[in-house]
Design a protein around this ligand. Structure first.
Ligand code: C5P
Length: 218
C-alpha cells in the first residue's frame, strides 16, 4: 500500500501548523513543517551576514546549510548547522526575511529535494507549507487548502506570539502573503484537487476532524 501523504497548504496564520500537527497525532503519522525549513535556512543566512536581497549570495550560502528536521508532531525540533533553532526561527528578524529567501528558485529546488527525500523515507506523513500539493507532493492522497479571513489570521498569530499589536501582525501577514502569492517560483495558490477548508469560524478540533475524515475516506 502507498504511504499516506496529507498535504496542508495555505497562507500565513490560516492555522496550518496546529492543524497539521493535530492531524499527524490523531493518525499516528510523521509531520513535516516546510516553512520551518525556509525559516531555518533564513536564520543561518542572517547569522552568516548574508544580504537576503542578494539572490546569488542567498543561493550559494543556502547550499552550505545543514538542516535536521524533527518528524515528531508533538516535538518537531529543528536544527541548522547543529544548533537548535526551533525558537529563534519564529523571531521577527527571520519572519521579516524569510519570504525573500523562499522566493529564490535555487533555494526552493534544494529544499523541495530535501522535502521529497523526507516524505519518501516516512511511514506516512502530514506535510504543511505553501506548495506541497502543487509541487512537492502532487500525488498526495489528501490535499487541503486552509483559508481564513485576514483579521482571524492576524489575531491567531498575535496570540501565538504571546500578544502584541494585531494590526501590525496583520500588516506583516498581508505583506508575506503578497510576496508568497506573486513570486514566479511556485507561488502560493490552491492546487487542482485540493479541498478548501475555511477555518475562520471553526475550532481547531473541527478542522482536524474534517481532515482526519478526508484521510479515512480516501
Ligand atoms: O509557514 P511559515 O509562515 O512558517 O512559512 C514561512 C515562509 O516560508 C512563508 O511566508 C513562505 O515565504 C515560505 N514558505 C514557502 N514554501 C513553503 C513553506 C513556506 O515558500 N512550502
Amino acid at each position: 500500500e502507498d504511504t499516506l501523504v496529507v498535504a496542508v497548504d495555505g497562507p500565513s496564520g490560516s492555522g496550518k501548523s496546529s492543524t497539521a500537527r493535530g492531524v499527524a497525532e490523531r493518525l499516528g503519522l510523521d509531520y513535516l513543517d516546510t516553512g520551518a525549513m525556509y525559516r531555518a535556512v533564513t536564520w543561518a543566512l542572517l547569522e552568516a551576514g548574508v544580504h537576503v536581497d542578494d539572490a546569488d549570495a542567498v543561493a550559494a550560502a543556502a547550499k552550505q546549510v545543514v538542516l535536521e528536521i524533527g518528524s515528531d508532531p508533538s516535538d518537531p525540533t529543528i536544527r541548522a548547522n547543529g544548533a537548535d533553532v526551533s525558537g529563534p526561527i519564529r523571531g521577527p528578524h527571520v519572519t521579516a526575511a524569510v519570504s525573500a529567501v523562499a522566493a529564490v528558485p535555487a533555494v526552493r529546488e534544494q529544499l523541495v529535494a530535501e522535502q521529497r527525500a523526507i516524505i519518501a523515507g516516512s511511514r506516512g506523513i502530514v506535510v504543511e507549507g505553501r506548495d506541497i500539493a502543487s509541487v512537492v507532493a502532487p500525488d498526495a492522497a489528501v490535499k487541503v487548502y486552509l483559508v481564513a479571513d485576514a483579521e482571524a489570521r492576524a489575531s491567531r498569530r498575535t496570540a501565538e506570539l504571546g500578544g502584541g499589536d494585531v494590526s501590525a501582525t496583520r500588516a506583516d501577514l498581508e505583506r508575506r502573503d503578497s510576496i508568497d502569492s506573486s513570486r514566479t517560483a511556485s507561488p502560493l495558490r490552491r492546487a487542482d484537487g485540493a479541498q478548501i477548508v475555511d477555518t475562520t469560524e471553526l475550532s481547531l478540533e473541527d478542522v482536524i476532524d474534517q481532515i482526519v475524515r478526508l484521510a479515512k475516506e480516501r
